[in-house]
Write a protein that binds this ligand. Structure first.
Ligand SMILES: Cc1cc2nc3c(=O)[nH]c(=O)nc-3n(C[C@H](O)[C@H](O)[C@H](O)COP(=O)(O)OP(=O)(O)OC[C@H]3O[C@@H](n4cnc5c(N)ncnc54)[C@H](O)[C@@H]3O)c2cc1C
Length: 261
């Protein structure tokens, strides 16, 4: 039986770009470049390693996002994923984590899966809640924040490293897991991989295809709302201490003044 792996990847604004809010207090994505969330590259990498170990496996990368989110799927396909699903709909604008988890759950079920792999968090919303919300909606176990993961005889196993202990965890498939940025370097797409990605299938679904009502998602369906947003003050250059023999004292005074010591 082929192991069906679905990797959830998010298309995020480039962190080096200038981020600001649109009038409706959602993040303005119009004139900002985007890319595959770096933390999701680790999820794609672990899916590829599990597939390499399995007799037969198929990797589908899935994203919920605007038109340009296809770039995130192309990157994951060029790393080696087999096919992609893109859920796109104007009514998704401003969807919160609960709404995104609903859309992802429906898309994962429609795709068919044994294992869902997520990143530890996105690099823009950074909530780290989607894997748990998704597992709840799918009614399957979740094993999150793994630094090592493998699949054997219908069981997913992994190691989660905490501050004081490492846990060995496992769950029977189907299951949802998330992997950390300590799970191993993500491979760079080869030229061959980039060329092959152009021919790999990308299926597009909208809310109707997933039988989701517009008022269940978007700003209208959100359980949370951004009431206001103020720009953080620009970072100042800071205090430069020129050490002419008294540098240590000046530094100690600086730290003491600010009650760091
Ligand atoms: C600055 C900012 C603040 C926000 N604050 C809130 C808030 O307080 N409450 C709220 O409910 N929503 C909030 N949102 C919206 C929320 O980010 C989105 O709903 C998002 O899709 C889910 O949250 P996340 O990005 O934090 O995901 P996380 O929970 O951090 O994501 C974990 C993993 O889930 C998967 N994943 C996440 N989003 C997608 C996607 N669109 N497609 C495919 N896979 C995905 C990826 O594998 C990712 O690694 C915020 C968004 C931004 C940009």
């Amino acid at each position: 039986m082929s192991l069906r792996i679905v990797v959830c990847v998010k298309y995020v604004p480039d962190a080096t770009g200038d981020r600001h809010f649109a009038e409706d207090l959602t993040v303005d994505r119009d004139d900002v470049d985007g890319l595959l969330s770096e933390l999701d590259e680790y999820a794609v990498e672990q899916a590829l390693q599990i597939a390499d170990e399995a007799d037969d496996a198929e990797i589908t990368v899935l994203t919920v996002g605007p038109e340009d989110a296809k770039d995130a799927l192309r990157k994951a396909l060029s790393m080696g994923a087999d096919k992609a699903v893109h859920v796109e709909d104007d009514d998704l604008h401003g969807t919160d984590a609960l709404g995104t988890s609903l859309v992802l759950a429906k898309a994962v079920e429609k795709t068919g899966y044994d294992l869902v792999i997520c990143g530890m968090a996105s690099t823009d919303g950074t909530m780290g809640v989607l894997p748990a919300l998704l597992a709840e909606r799918l009614g399957v176990p979740q094993v999150t924040l793994l630094s090592e993961v493998s699949v054997e005889d219908g069981v997913v196993k992994g190691r989660r490293d905490g501050d004081t202990a490492s846990e060995q965890l496992e769950a029977s498939l189907p299951a949802v897991v998330s992997v950390t940025d300590q799970s191993g370097e993500a491979r760079y797409p080869s030229f061959k991989g980039i060329m092959a990605a152009k021919k790999k299938p990308v299926t597009s679904w909208d809310l109707e295809d997933l039988e989701i009502e517009a008022d269940e998602v978007g700003l209208e369906g959100a359980w949370t709302a951004v009431d206001g947003a103020t720009e953080r003050p620009a970072r100042t250059a800071g205090t430069i201490v020129k050490d002419e023999g008294e540098g240590g004292k000046q530094l100690a005074a600086f730290l003491a003044e600010r009650k760091f010591v």
